[in-house]
Design a protein around this ligand. Structure first.
Ligand code: F6P
Length: 326
């Protein structure tokens, strides 16, 4: 097997805190092994447009602690077309890119599966998404930071909710996945956690509010993932107000603050380990896989097995949350 001489790297989809730490690890590991690293800006869209530049060690100085991604990111509709993929492949050839490191989430690896069905180029993925909606890894880069951001915000809201004896509905991110809601809700002692993976029984939710009212439990925090089947904070506010017009209710959407900020130590270390592992996997011919972490060890899973639907919510955790929130 001929040694790889250069690698292209991109970040795609929603950014996540720690992507920069992963880029740094890939660039420095590659250069250490005499491999040239080419940054591809704005994900697959930049690949199509040939927005590609050679990266030096100094390009990744002072970024380990920064949120966002120095390579920028995008969701590319063009890459979903045959024409877009052909252009992207043409650009890789033009820049003599022999292998790829793809950092992103579900959409990134779906794109990869389609692309590699048509074109042969070695690639390794790194899971970077706050949503944690991928199989093949216990954690994704950015998830820990996003949950910590949500926890800090919910704690603050609890202070004011307590002061006013209010019910608060707090919407966190997660279009298809409830991991941020589940983990931040559990960590903050939420009375209810509503997630897309579980059908919401609205009568149960209203009954719990009713019994809290009668028990004079003055604060009631509901954490809802944006992709819950009943909708987000706005929809629940309307439903609750209709049933309990006199109840003092407020709602809050945490939004994109969950995607930004300095990565936690856990995300920096995860990103560094996965970036290092991804380059070494390419060097040893382990390709078309995502590098993940399972039980503390690095595990490689084929792209087609990591895309969503394969990462079920732990039912023991749901049961525990129901008991602890009583
Ligand atoms: O990155 C994942 C995610 O944060 C989802 O939870 C959310 O639905 C989505 O991105 C929002 O993305 P954007 O506003 O960038 O389109």
């Amino acid at each position: 097997m001929a040694a790889i001489k250069n690698i292209g790297i991109l970040t795609s989809g929603g950014d996540s805190p720690g992507m920069n730490a992963a880029i740094r690890a890939v660039v420095r590991t590659g250069i250490y092994h005499g491999i040239d690293i080419y940054g591809i800006r704005r994900g697959y869209q930049g690949m199509i447009e040939g927005d590609i530049f050679k990266m030096e060690t100094t390009d990744v100085s002072n970024i380990i602690q920064r949120g966002g991604t120095i390579l920028k990111t995008a969701r590319s509709n063009d890459f979903m077309t045959m024409e877009g993929m052909e252009k992207a492949y043409g650009q890789l050839n033009k820049h003599k890119i022999e292998a790829l490191v793809l950092i992103g989430g579900d959409g990134t690896f779906r794109g990869a599966v389609d692309f590699f069905e048509k074109y042969t180029i070695p690639a390794v993925g790194i899971p970077g998404t706050i949503d944690k909606d991928l199989a093949g890894t216990d954690f994704t880069i950015g998830f820990d930071t996003a949950v910590n951001t949500a926890v800090e915000a919910i704690d603050k809201i609890r202070d004011t909710a307590e002061a006013h004896d209010r019910l608060f509905i707090i919407e966190v991110m997660g279009r298809d996945a409830g991991y941020i809601a589940l983990n931040s809700g559990l960590a903050c002692g939420a009375e209810d956690i509503l997630i897309p993976e579980q059908v919401t029984n609205i009568e149960d939710v209203l009954n719990r509010i009713d019994s809290d009212e009668r028990r004079k439990k003055t604060v009631h925090i509901i954490v809802v993932a944006e992709g819950d089947d009943y909708g987000g904070a706005k929809e629940f506010y309307a439903i609750i107000k209709e049933r309990f017009p006199l109840l003092d209710v407020r709602s809050c959407v945490l939004g994109h603050i969950q995607r930004g900020g300095s990565p936690s130590f856990a995300d920096r270390i995860l990103a560094s380990r996965l970036g290092y592992a991804a380059v070494n996997a390419l060097r040893t011919g382990n390709t078309q896989v995502m590098a993940g972490i399972i039980n503390g060890g690095i595990v490689f899973t084929p792209f087609k097995n990591v895309i969503k639907g394969d990462s079920p919510i732990n039912s023991d955790m749901l049961e525990m949350i129901a008991i602890l929130s009583k």
